[in-house]
Each structure stands twice: as structure tokens, then as C-alpha cells.
Ligand binder design. Sequence first.
Ligand code: FES
Length: 345
Amino acid sequence: MNTETPFEQFLNQHDEEAWSAALATLLRSIHEVDRHATQIWFAFYPLPLFRALQQSDDPEKLAQQLLLQGDYELKDQIDTSHAFLYGHRFWPQVKKAVEQYADSFDETPGESLADVVLTVARLVAGELKKDESLLIGITAIAFMTIQQAGLAAFKAAPGTVAIDRKLAKKSPEQVLRERARDDSQGLLGFLKTVDKQWTVTWDESDARAKYRLRDGQDLAWGAASDQTRDWRAIDPRRIEGPIPVECRSASCGTCWVGVLGGAEKLADVGAREGKKIKEFGYIDTAEPKPLIRLACQAKSHGAVSIVIPPWNGQFGKYLRALNKDEAASTHEQSEPDRRADEAVN
Ligand code: FES
């Protein structure tokens, strides 16, 4: 018996392609402060990976085969996965509005996913007397969270804000100014060539979450010198510094990060980083300075603000193989598990 609500049925009609089209439409209306953050969030929680795990006969085995480590399931972080968005500060109101909308949802023929997101974002914007551009990204995220976690789990989450009140009072312009700021190199800084230093902010909601690196160092190299906390106790993947690393040679995929501000100050993606980041499954683009990078490869030439995902894995090859031949899913062995075997072996 199908126990999905009409809203869940509506969401589940949308695959990765449909979501990409909706996001492309919505991005034009999303405030600059959350334009990158929204794209990063959708890269951090890919729908095809969720669906592959959901359809697998043995999701745990598949997760092991795809080397998934950390918190990759949205159902375990309904209130927190988006704490790096400016719109997160409106989460309690967005969550409530989405729940009410979901409960009374009646699909209107011809209404697209983007239309529905905009409708709810407008409702919340009106209620809060805020610009709707600040609510669109976080509303789209609420929809995807329901698609992956289910409406019941979504409703069961407390709906709290995970950043402190003082920070929540910053204006979008203030956040953008802080992201754009470069470190002063002193009075004669313009003469410096080799010893310029840059600040990397790795959590905008924590005033202490910064480390310094020298010009031309990669993001992971600089992070390793940060000995301010017991990193392993916070996240076992963090063997040194705030960014999880293993190989430092673009082989493991552990160190992926999103770049909220300053992507243009990172050196272009090199051939190896570009090839491996696609194989891992994190992003598929030919852009020289994308929003998702491997920290062990991305050399910095200025201050940047990054966000560190709570998990990592290697699933790109597997999802591509799955995509190529969905018709073979009637094989005796379940398709997701067979493809996992192929991708891994
Ligand atoms: S540390 Fe392994 S890919 Fe960067």
C-alpha cells in the first residue's frame, strides 16, 4: 500500500534532471548571499545517491562499497545540514510553512516544482516581511529534505536554528562584505611575493573557525597546521585540522569542500583534480573554478570562505554505470548491488 502523501508523491516525480531544471530557474531569484550556498548544498546531498541507497537490497553494504564515511543521510540532519545558508536563520518559519503547505497540497496541473517553491517562499517572506530572495534557497532545501527524509521525519524534527543569535542578526550585505575581504599584507604588502598570508574561514557561524595559509598553499595544507581543537573527537575523519584528509593526492575523495566565497581566488582546477572529482561523484563540470573543490589540490591566492561537508565517498563511477543501463534492473541480482560490485571491482 502506498503511504506517501500527495506532496511526497509530487516531489518523488522529480529526478535529478528535474531538480537541476528547477534550480536553474530558481537561482536567478536567489539572493547573492545564498546563490553559491544553495548550489553547494544540493551538491552535498545528491538525489541520485540517495535513490541508489534507497533502492538497494542492502544499503549498508552499498554504502561500504562506495566508501561512504560520516553523516551522508539527510534524515539525521534535518535541522542542521543547511546551517551555512543565510536563509537558515528563517528555518523555523520555513519548516512550519512547508509542513502546512504539504498537508493541504493539491497538485495544480501545469505548476512546476520551481513554481511551488516560489509560492511557499513568498508566503514566508510576506509573514516575516523579508525579501523573498532570502527565502527561496532554504525553501528548495526544505523540499529536497522531505523528498529524502520523508514528511513524517521532517515534521518530527524540532525546527531549531543552529547558529547563535548575534550572528543571525548580520545583514546579507555584511556577510557578503566579510566574504569579499582579503587580508591586509601590511604597509608594503604590495611588494611581497612569496610570504603573503591568507585567512581561510571554514565555518562562518563560528568566529574561531579560521586558519591561515601561505600564498599558493593548498587548502588542506593550511588546515593541518590548525592545532586549536581535538579534531578527531569532533569527527573521526579529521585526522589533523578541520578538513578531513587521507591521501593528499586526489586519490581518496575525503577532502572535498564547498567554496562559499573567493572561488575566483583559488587556482584553476588541474587535470587530476578535475578528473578525480568527477569520478568521486561530487561535481561534473568543466568550469575552471567550480564551487566544489578537493582541498588537497586547491591552491589559494587570497582569503576564502569554505564549508566542509559532514561525509565523503566515491560514487560517481557507480552512478554513471547505473544510469547507462537502468533497463537491466530486472536481472536476478538487484541492479544497484550488481553495479556496485562492477564499479568497485
Ligand atoms: S586528501 Fe585524498 S583527495 Fe584530498
